[in-house]
Design a protein around this ligand. Structure first.
Ligand code: SF4
Length: 362
């Protein structure tokens, strides 16, 4: 079960393993209580030292210097599973890095500089089952889910290994977050705790290809400030099913119903991502269909010219056509942002993660 400690065979007995990247404050407090007779006081210190300050020598904190027995036990039992940053490449302040886990598989994450802060794009799976045609991750197939600990590990690596101030988190890296719902939920619990990483919910965005059960489950968590993004990319079912096979399971009318019933906060917006592909989804007719689909929904529409990926035989929409497409939608009262992709030459742009083998060591 997510969030519980595990027990490892150790000599003739068993020992407890506390993974600091997996446990919420309450779970950690409970574990410290049931195993060592301690509780919230020491849980708070561990989260402050390790998750807030990146101090792996947590035992030097004054609170632990006064509890030598507990320190000895925790030195054995506490795990800080920092992933190895196996590769890292940067251009124009955009940084793509790979985290290698115990089984040697690697996730990809991207640090994207914004006007006043950095956004970290993290992965929830290695590979992806959704098979979107324009996406490098979709092309590589599915390897495995990431654990909550491995998701949190990417954030630790960005903050404390690469030493970047990260303000926003987006689940837009490798994988479909709702296909790994429990681990993503647990990771968000850990990442949003003020005693540790302290990412407010409004700074976290979960992006889905349109898994309706996931949208419904997120709505039921009563996390009104978490941002929900939908990777839409098409104005009708025919084009969407060609680009994103998941649409055959969850057609657009169903998706729209799920969004209409989603408990969006007052004045909240859905983020809709739309990758513009030359001649495929970028005509005026497409813009009109898209406007009709979006009409009842409060949205911010991000238009993103296609980034080149292997084996996808289409080109990006040209700049003047992006402006024309955007202007048509703005005329219909839709809030549009034109996002010129950052990091596409690093294969760090939208849909390009999964091509990590082409990276160079810094
Ligand atoms: S676009 Fe997202 S959901 Fe689709 S294959 Fe790529 S990672 Fe998976």
């Amino acid at each position: 079960m997510v969030g519980m400690s595990t027990f490892l065979r150790y000599g003739v007995g068993y020992r407890v393993v506390l993974d600091i990247f997996t446990l919420t404050f309450h779970e950690l407090s409970e574990q410290l209580g049931s195993v060592y007779g301690k509780g919230p006081f020491h849980a708070k210190v561990l989260m402050r030292e390790i998750l807030k300050s990146g101090n792996v020598n947590w035992h030097n904190a004054p609170e632990f210097r006064q509890s030598q027995k507990l320190t000895r036990q925790l030195t054995m039992d506490l795990e800080i599973p920092i992933p190895e940053v196996s590769r890292c490449v940067s251009e124009n302040s955009t940084i793509k890095f790979l985290c290698r886990f115990k089984d040697s598989l690697e996730s990809e994450s991207v640090i994207i500089p914004m006007q006043r802060h950095n956004t970290l794009c993290i992965s929830s799976q290695i590979g992806c089952k959704m098979g979107c045609r324009f996406c490098e991750t979709g092309n590589m197939g599915f390897k495995r889910h990431l654990s909550a600990s491995e998701i949190v590990g990417q954030v630790f690596a960005a903050r404390f290994i690469l030493k970047k101030e990260i303000r926003n988190l987006v689940f837009m890296g490798m994988g479909e977050p709702f296909d790994n719902f429990e681990q993503v939920r647990q990771a968000i619990e850990v990442l949003s705790d003020q005693r540790g990483f302290d990412f407010a919910h409004r700074r976290i965005t979960v992006s889905t290809a349109g898994l309706i059960e996931g949208i419904t489950r997120l709505g039921k968590l009563n996390w009104p400030r978490i941002n929900l993004a939908l990777s839409l990319n098409a104005p009708n079912d025919e084009i969407r099913s060609y680009l994103m096979p998941v649409n055959k399971r969850y057609p657009m009318a169903e998706l729209k119903k799920a969004l209409i019933s989603y408990p969006l906060r007052k004045k909240g917006l859905f983020l809709i991502e739309y990758v513009l592909i030359n001649g495929l989804n970028d005509s005026e007719t497409h813009a009109r269909e898209l406007a009709e689909f979006l009409a009842p929904l409060p949205v911010r529409l991000n238009l993103i010219p296609l980034n080149k990926t292997h084996g996808f035989p289409h080109d990006h929409t040209h700049d003047k056509d992006v402006h024309r497409f955007a202007a048509f939608l703005e005329d219909k009262g839709i809030y549009v942002i034109k996002r010129w992709s950052k990091g596409s030459s690093l294969s760090a742009g939208c849909g390009q993660l999964g091509s990590g083998a082409s990276l160079n060591l810094p």
